[in-house]
Design a protein around this ligand. Structure first.
Ligand code: HEC
Ligand code: HEC
Length: 474
């Protein structure tokens, strides 16, 4: 009897302690979701990984379904992800482009209501649409390079190299991504049209496709752009996210055919982790006319970006871990230069309605497109930062979107303003969704609603439609 009683008390005690534990850990979880992340304890990644690789794989693959589910919920809360192509409007090789505003409105307001409010009011009432907040990486705390499935499949078929991660999949639905593989145009040989011949350019076919079209220096540059080199998640050490030891990634795994497949990772320059921006791979089309490289770092040459992409961005800006994982240091005069020379040949796709000055030919454009152009350079102010003919001022601008929202957690990302960002060119823009440096906007309609609020434009529904019609001509 006494023993049963003691047992009961023990069970009860355990239950209470466990209960308090659950409550307490609930508190621990709830609290940091409001407070900004503390300063990181160190800038460095651990070099010696003590967990066994098999246990790392088991732990992270087991967590994967939950991680992906919670990120998908976040996406669904922000966007209408349905497949709604615009009839008759395609990317250069024919993939339909998605239409309509996909960012969801907060309950009880319309876009026009928001456009009438001052930023402080939107901020105070918590009405900034969630899809206009920074977009986090699918697993922000973990981060790293992530590739769309169609790219992984085609690369594996051609070369046997597998870019699958055991812990994570790419997140955005395929209909919101650039066409795959995209066409490739050379400034030196406009007569040839698409020089990729509809193929994904890899180490397996680049020579056959380009020998006799490029000079030997450019051909060697292209070889290096399709050659894999070690990187944070894909390398031969135990600290990796591929099942088998790996040769690494190639520049064209993200900048596919010199364009983009919307592969993503986290910017290397910021600590702690929660402040790092998700970044959407930009197209390399037209880097020849650009003067700043990287959405935030503003490196001054394609040569610098090429060298430091592989030395630093591949390893999250950590030269110590880079040494461990076998960083390949490119030789400046004979490798970096050749790679940059090839990149500078990548032209924008043809825009048959634009004249020599980058503006619409009135003979070819529709009335809606011409009205859109007038708005772009007039009432809508776009032309201030995106002047013709290349639709970039080659500067950085701080759009100060934090005027519209309280600092907050979005998934594992602490959203507290973007800072100055490069003005991306809008030439060929319909070919490169998703939009903004982190890919937070899915359609051109979304970008017009975004700038309507950010710039305080008060555009009418007709004016917004006309602007979109113009953007599709670029
Ligand atoms: C994970 C896919 C990925 C790989 C692999 C990759 N890049 Fe990038 N690249 C990006 C992203 C994302 C950015 C944007 C960086 C930023 O905003 O700071 C970028 C930016 C650039 C830019 C500047 C473009 C601009 O508009 O400012 C150049 C040039 C570039 N990369 C070249 C390269 C070269 C050369 C390699 C190979 C050594 C390479 N990239 C490998 C994703 C990738
Ligand atoms: C104050 C300068 C400024 C003005 C005015 C401006 N933009 Fe931009 N635009 C930017 C910057 C900076 C970015 C990059 C922002 C980012 O990535 O977070 C950008 C990005 C974009 C993008 C996405 C580009 C990409 O590759 O993802 C589109 C589309 C765009 N702007 C359209 C417009 C339109 C349409 C207008 C007019 C209604 C406009 N912009 C007015 C500076 C400006």
């Amino acid at each position: 009897m006494r023993r049963t009683l003691r047992k009961c008390r023990w069970v009860l005690g355990t239950l209470i302690v466990a209960g308090v534990g659950v409550w307490f850990s609930g508190l621990l979880e709830a609290e940091p979701r409001k407070a900004p992340p503390p300063r990181a304890r160190t800038s460095y990644a651990p070099v010696a990984v003590t967990e066994r690789f098999e246990s790392l794989v088991a732990r992270m693959s087991a967590a994967k379904p939950r991680v992906m589910r919670s990120h998908l919920e976040l996406l669904q809360e922000r966007y209408d992800l349905s497949n709604r192509p615009v009839p008759g409007v395609t990317m250069t090789r024919g993939k339909p482009i998605q239409g309509g505003v996909r960012v969801k409105l907060p309950p009880g307001v319309t876009w026009d209501d928001l456009a009438r409010m001052r930023p402080e009011e939107i901020r105070r009432r918590g009405l900034w649409p969630k899809g206009f907040l920074p977009l986090p990486h699918p697993n922000h705390a973990e981060g790293g390079m992530l590739f769309p499935k169609h790219h992984i499949d085609e690369l594996k078929r051609q070369t046997g190299r597998d870019l699958t991660r055991f812990d994570l999949d790419f997140d955005l639905p395929e209909h919101f991504l650039p066409e795959f593989p995209p066409p490739m145009f050379l400034t030196t040989r406009p007569d040839l049209g698409d020089v990729s011949q509809g193929k994904l350019v890899t180490l397996a076919n680049y020579y056959e496709l380009f020998s006799g079209i490029l000079n030997p220096k450019q051909l060697e540059g292209l070889r290096l752009l399709v050659t894999p080199f070690p990187q944070q998640q894909f390398n031969a050490t135990e600290d990796r996210r591929s099942l088998l030891p790996h040769r690494g990634v190639a520049c064209f795994d993200c900048h596919v055919n010199g364009h983009t497949n919307a592969a993503t990772h986290l910017v290397g320059d910021i600590r702690p982790q929660a402040y790092r921006h998700r970044i959407d791979t930009p197209s390399l089309r037209g880097v020849n006319i650009q003067r700043l490289f990287g959405s935030q770092r503003a490196l001054k040459s394609v040569e610098d970006f090429t060298e430091f992409e592989q030395r630093a961005a591949y390893f999250d800006g950590d030269p110590i871990i880079a040494t461990k994982k076998g960083v390949n240091v490119l030789e400046r005069g004979s490798q970096v230069h050749f790679m940059a020379e090839f990149q500078a040949l990548l032209d924008f796709p043809p825009a048959p309605k634009l004249r020599w000055d980058g503006k619409l030919d009135p003979e070819k454009a529709t009335p809606a497109e011409l009205r859109g152009q007038e708005l772009f350079f007039g009432k809508a102010k776009c032309g201030i930062c995106h002047p013709a003919p290349y639709y970039t001022d080659n500067l950085m601008h701080n759009l100060k979107t934090e005027r519209f929202y309280e600092p907050q957690w979005v998934g594992g990302r602490w959203a507290a303003g973007d800072g100055p960002i490069k003005t991306f060119t809008l030439r060929g823009i319909k070919d490169s969704p998703p939009y903004l440096h982190d890919g937070r906007l899915l359609t051109l309609e979304d970008t017009v609603e975004f700038f309507n609020l950010v710039l305080g434009l008060k555009l009418t529904a007709q004016e917004k439609a006309d602007l979109v019609a113009f953007l599709r001509c670029l």
